[in-house]
Unconditional design. Structure first.
Length: 478
């Protein structure tokens, strides 16, 4: 490249002329990331934001040294899921292999739009997703795709469901009874967003009441279906959840599957979080019924520790995706045995997320994934025991995975003040003890949520948490 205003390291020279300079930058960045990551336990799990100067786009190039200094400032004020006290959300520290995969994918910069633009990775993705589909027992014709997050995966699944059940691929929705999706009142908000994008509106989702354990009430589902039909609506899909966002509960999948089959509905399971249980022989039975799903959303970016974003949508019959969603792109080359994935996905251009997923699964193996799942369950059992030993604490539901939703209900205070007490406790734990719990709304009240994802969170951290809770409760009572 001829001399210009561009920095000599603006790109990696394909002839290797700036290899030494690029190597120096990357080695500095690696050390910076390692210093941060190996010291994550000494950084706050959720640091307070200081005044950071986000300068405008400079008129001239910026040198690497000040750029890396700015990067360090941003890292220091970022969420720190590697901290053993970070328990607030379904956001894990990343596996080493997925970090490597993300770096490699960025360097390759292949485009999952077509086989021509990602010749190796466009072949790897369908093969790996077919294997994942088998873990859920979806059958020999099953397969899937990766997507940038569970919301897109749910949208893709429900789009195919609509096209199949309402036969509207070609002409769209024109007249007829208003179509509706049925989902639990505890379902993820992405189901309502999908209905909005599909032209059904927010009222296109009929919310089914949940029982005392935050699981869809199957009897209420039957009633809601009959009610929708009586109102002149047309139910076409029902969504079950395996791992609700606030309480981590699992809907009664076998019963939902039976009802869906009776009424000819598409059965989708949002297992964005709980799908990882499929890797654990000990806990796999909790997902019984998922094998009857027409489609499944599963996010390895959660309980499989793959860097964001990495979500998947799986279909029992992959042929339905081809026949009821695919739009051939005339501007792309075709291969006789491999489809251009961009013709099958909501997204066109797409990052090669399959690389970090494949590397993680290779590095951990099924046994390693199972060990992580089972260790989380063991720690969760200890956590729940601690809650139950304290009469001033209560559980929102019976936990079914490594997500525990609980709250303080101090007897010295009227219930109207419990929300403020729990919000104040969350602030105390974070600022005084470097423990981060989230404070979701559940059935109109504020609760505390702990997600025990971090493999470096141990019984000692949980004991520290409850000692701090006891201290706060004692001081508040005094």
């Amino acid at each position: 490249m001829a001399p210009s205003v561009l920095p000599a390291t603006a790109f990696i020279d394909p002839q290797g002329h700036n290899r030494a300079a690029i190597a120096a930058i990357l080695q500095t960045v690696v050390e910076q990331i390692l210093d941060y990551s190996t010291g994550a336990g000494s950084h706050d799990p959720l640091p307070s934001i200081k005044d950071v100067e986000f300068g405008g786009i400079p008129a001239q190039p910026t040198a690497i040294a000040p750029l890396l200094a700015s990067l360090g400032d941003l890292m220091a004020q970022s969420m720190n899921p590697a901290h053993p006290g970070y328990m607030g959300h379904m956001d894990p520290l990343p596996s080493t292999a997925s970090i490597v995969g993300d770096w490699a994918a960025a360097a390759l910069n292949n485009n999952m739009l077509s086989v021509e633009m990602s010749p190796a990775l466009s072949r790897l993705e369908p093969l790996l997703l077919a294997e994942l589909a088998q873990l859920f027992g979806l059958g020999e014709r099953a397969g899937g795709l990766l997507a940038s997050g569970g919301s897109l995966a749910n949208l893709q699944a429900l789009t195919v469901a609509r096209n199949v059940k309402l036969d509207c691929l070609q002409k769209g929705l024109a007249g007829g009874p208003p179509p509706v999706i049925l989902a639990s009142e505890m379902a993820h908000t992405s189901i309502q967003k999908a209905a909005m994008v599909l032209g059904l509106g927010l009222e296109g989702v009929v919310l089914v009441p949940a029982n005392a354990n935050a699981q869809m009430d199957a009897n209420a589902l039957e009633e809601k279906i009959q009610g929708a039909i009586a109102r002149g609506q047309r139910p076409f899909a029902v969504v079950g959840t395996a791992g609700t966002t606030v309480t981590g509960n699992i809907d009664p999948l076998p019963e939902i599957a039976r009802i869906a089959q009776t009424h000819g509905l598409w059965f989708h399971v949002d297992a964005a979080y709980g799908g990882a249980i499929a890797f654990s022989p000990q806990h796999r039975p909790r997902l019984t019924g998922i094998e009857q799903a027409d489609s499944v959303t599963f996010n390895p970016q959660k309980w499989l520790y793959v860097t964001k974003t990495c979500a998947s949508v799986l279909f029992r019959d992959l042929g339905l995706l081809h026949s009821h969603f695919r739009v051939p792109a005339p501007y792309m080359n075709t291969e006789p045995d491999w489809v251009n994935l961009g013709e099958l996905t909501v997204q066109g251009t797409r990052h090669a997320d399959v690389l970090k997923l494949w590397l993680t699964l290779q590095h951990l193996g099924q046994a390693g994934c199972a060990e992580l799942i089972e260790a989380s369950y063991a720690l969760s059992h200890h956590f729940v025991t601690q809650v139950r030993q304290r009469p001033y604490l209560e559980l929102a539901s019976e936990p079914e995975m490594n997500l525990i939703c609980f709250r303080g209900c101090p007897p010295a205070l009227p219930p109207a003040q419990w929300d403020a007490w729990n919000a104040s406790l969350q602030d105390y734990l974070l600022k005084q003890h470097q423990i981060f719990l989230s404070v979701p709304n559940f059935r109109g009240q504020r609760w505390l949520k702990a997600v025990l994802l971090n493999p470096f969170t141990t019984v000692a951290e949980v004991s520290k948490l409850f000692e701090a809770v006891d201290q706060y409760a004692g001081s508040a009572a005094g």
